[in-house]
Design a protein around this ligand. Structure first.
Ligand code: ARG
Length: 599
């Protein structure tokens, strides 16, 4: 099954070929002038240049061939040589019925299934997520869903930042602050035998009384700052890091406690956002691979000694800017952020052998990834081009600067979600919605409205651009917002509920009114939007489609009475409404948004 755009492109291409011209010029796009045509083709202009003929003559030749196509009500040459096409009502109705019968509502699958790994969110131990992680989570989740839905075998991995120097800093800082923890860690460090499971459990519960995520969050920036200023402090952190990496019992236990408390909070935030991972791997999971990897890199002749460190040079001739080398082993002998990334590539190759790895990470890490990827290609850990950084811009406040709290601090994700939820409650009441819901359902609905507001605000922009987060605007039920989309979906649901008692199953859709035509053309455009989102790893194509579809439904709802129409028309329109709802909910789901049943 193909959409009208593809089907007509084939027909126009054949008409070009019949006129002795290249078929690829027959590409059809939605018309810029919907008042004149549904689709247009500008190929005659290009063909005229190649063949040195009059574009208007070519356009006329092509439209003459198309005159017999039963799908077209009008095929005419216009202006300087444009080809305008208007689809017949019958062809639109056929397409609508095809979509109505299709469980995927027009979405095609990829021809060849590939294994795709999406590395996204990238939360870190000891740091609650802040708004910076929001974009990575939202965009990554949507890309994961889009790829999976198109038929690929997809794994999403959180790539938990849980290893390295920061951990040493934090262990030192926590031991400074709590004598209890200090004693416990030192005693455990001295132990020769491992802790039994019961000992372990009681130690973790004791640690919970003394070290919370809030403590870690407070201590980490302090320790990081001291590490920069005081060489002794830094050295101690490095020593602890090295001891942690050789699994010194006490440090290792405390570190596991950090990871546990962080993860509880992270999971709460991810759950609230409707984000979930297939793999929850940490940087620490590749620790064992690092030493053999370094040996192998050495054998391959890739490692170069440089002032006591070991690096891989990745700069290439013709580079526009100078790329620093990958630092594999620091002069203190420790593994770096790039080292764990490289080892992770190796690990993923062995465990999943992905055709492609998509790293959904802030644009500011572009150089980091370019360096790691080049090193991986040199080491033959991945096929050229298989690793791709899917960068994104920052989320700014209404002042145009990176989003901050009123006090100027970094806003925690959990607080942002709470803030948006309370705004959603307010908006629902303002709009007189949800009044008949019981309190729990009302809260759950407000939560869905909040998630829709947050996600759609993000996903409606091309990911590469920065955007301004304006809670007032994004939580409105009017305009290009998540809540508007939910409102339209709920409108269809309530319409269908009202009609249910007398509705005829699977009625044939007929098309006559302009609003019906427009709605079918919009439904037809879904697959194209989805393919664009897939090819360009850019969910905004799908967000745009969902928005247009919701608007198209709204116009249809206003122009075409349903419940009061005569039975045949009523059944047709209800079926069109139901198909629209299915496609809208599907598109929303691929964006990670879900609509409530009532509002
Ligand atoms: N934890 C990192 C950060 O907060 C992001 C990780 C991104 N993924 C990766 N494979 N490096 O900056």
């Amino acid at each position: 099954m193909s959409d009208l755009k593809k089907g007509l492109s084939d027909a126009v291409a054949a008409a070009f070929v019949a006129a002795g011209l290249p078929g690829d010029l027959g590409r059809v796009t939605p018309s810029d002038r919907p008042d004149l045509a549904d689709f247009q083709c500008n190929g005659a202009l290009a063909a005229a240049k190649i063949a040195r003929r009059d574009p208007r003559e070519i356009a006329s030749l092509v439209t003459a061939t198309l005159a017999n196509d039963p799908r077209l009500a009008v095929a005419e040459a216009a202006g300087l040589g444009f080809i305008n096409l208007r689809v017949s009502d019958a062809a639109l109705a056929d397409r609508a019925n095809e979509l109505a019968a299709d469980p995927r509502v027009g979405a095609t699958r990829v021809d060849k299934t590939r294994r795709i790994l999406v590395d996204y969110a990238g939360p870190n131990v000891a740091k609650p997520m802040h708004v910076g992680h929001l974009r990575a989570s939202i965009i990554g989740e949507s890309i994961k869903r889009i790829y999976r839905f198109r038929g690929d075998e997809v794994l999403g991995d959180a790539h938990f930042g849980d290893w390295g120097y920061q951990m040493g800093l934090l262990i030192g800082a926590v031991m400074d602050e709590s004598l209890f923890v200090k004693d416990l860690v030192e005693q455990t460090n001295r132990r020769v035998s491992p802790l039994s499971p019961t000992e372990e459990a009681s130690t973790f519960s004791a640690l919970s009384q003394h070290v919370s995520l809030e403590d870690l969050d407070r201590l980490y920036p302090m320790a990081a700052a001291r590490g920069k200023e005081e060489p002794d402090y830094r050295d101690r952190a490095r020593k602890i890091t090295a001891a942690l990496q050789t699994r010194t019992r006490g440090y290792h236990l405390l570190w596991r406690h950090f990871a546990r408390v962080t993860r509880v909070a992270l999971e709460r935030d991810f759950h609230a956002l409707g984000v979930d991972f297939d793999l929850w791997k940490g940087e620490s999971d590749v620790e064992d691979l690092i030493a053999p990897m370094v040996r192998e890199l050495d054998e391959k002749g890739l490692l170069v000694s440089d002032q006591g460190a070991r690096i891989i040079r990745v700069a290439r001739q013709g580079d526009k800017k100078e790329l620093p080398p990958l630092l594999v082993v620091s002069s203190e002998g420790s593994a770096m952020y790039g080292t764990t990334d490289l080892a992770t590539i190796l690990d993923r190759k062995r465990s999943f052998n992905p055709h492609q790895v998509l790293y959904v990470v802030d644009q500011r890490q572009a150089d980091h990834f370019e360096i790691v990827f080049r090193a991986a290609y040199l080491a033959d850990y991945a096929q050229d081009g298989a690793l791709e950084h899917i960068g994104f811009g920052t989320m700014n406040g209404t002042d145009g600067k990176p989003f901050k709290t009123r006090e100027g601090g970094v806003l925690k994700l959990n607080d942002l979600i709470e803030m948006t939820r309370s705004k959603a409650r307010e908006r629902l009441r303002e709009a007189d919605l949800g009044a008949e819901l019981d309190p729990d359902t009302f809260d759950a609905t407000a939560h869905k409205v909040a998630v829709a507001a947050l996600k759609f605000a993000d996903l409606q922009n091309f990911r590469g651009t920065n955007y301004v987060f304006d809670l007032d605007r994004f939580s409105s039920f009017e305009g290009k917002t998540g809540p508007y989309l939910l409102y339209q979906a709920v409108r269809v649901k309530s319409l269908l509920r009202k009609a249910e008692d007398t509705s005829q199953p699977a009625a044939r859709i007929t098309v006559g009114e302009p609003a019906e035509r427009d709605l079918v053309l919009l439904l037809d455009a879904f697959d194209h939007a989805l393919s664009e989102a897939y090819d360009k790893k850019a969910p905004h194509f799908l967000a745009e489609h969902a928005y247009k579809l919701a608007q198209g439904f709204s116009r249809f709802y206003a122009a075409c009475p349903m419940l009061s129409a005569e039975p045949g028309i009523r059944a047709s329109r209800l079926s069109l409404a139901r198909t629209t709802l299915r496609q809208l909910e599907l598109a929303l789901d691929l964006l990670g948004i879900s609509a409530p049943d009532r509002m």
